[in-house]
Design a protein around this ligand. Structure first.
Ligand code: UDP
Ligand code: MG
Length: 136
């Protein structure tokens, strides 16, 4: 059974700062994703805190939210068959040191905090995250 779905992707500040937007978008397109919508924005720390609320008890929460709001990001709705898992596979492991060859984080990630991309981790969260950035 086919399962075309959408997921939210973010090109994080470390990658936008290094002008990697187009290279990363090419990696998505080469894997068969359509970029349904995209926009370059900068968010307030308070918005990052809302977006990453699931991590609020983690020791890295404050730095993570400061970081995501520290510079421009590119938010995208990606569409493909099983897009959520396909995007997680293309992103690679959270820590670029553990990421497989051919993944975005292996190629571009600098460290566990500056790991270049975000991707929704479930279909349910994808809907919530897409609404967070594109509800208007
Ligand atoms: N993060 C961090 N330190 C950690 C774990 C995570 O700075 O020890 C950051 C990292 O940027 C990661 C984000 O917090 O992408 C969200 O963590 P999650 O476990 O959800 O990883 P992801 O889903 O992004 O792979
Ligand atoms: Mg996550």
């Amino acid at each position: 059974m086919s399962n075309t779905e959408q997921t939210l992707s973010i090109i994080k500040p470390d990658a936008v700062e290094r002008n990697l937007e187009n290279e990363i978008k090419e990696m998505f397109k080469n894997k068969g994703f359509s970029i349904v919508k995209d926009k370059k924005i900068q968010i307030e720390k308070s918005e990052a805190e809302k977006f990453y609320k699931v991590h609020e008890t983690k020791p890295f929460y404050n730095d993570l939210c400061a970081y995501l709001s520290s510079g421009p990001i590119v938010v995208m709705i990606l569409e493909k068959e099983n897009a959520v898992i396909a995007n997680r596979e293309l992103m690679g492991a959270t820590n670029p040191k553990d990421a497989q060859e051919g993944t975005i984080r292996k190629k571009y990630g600098i460290s566990i905090d500056k790991n270049s991309v975000h991707g929704s981790d479930s279909s349910e969260n994808a809907k919530i995250e897409i609404d967070f950035f594109f509800k208007d």
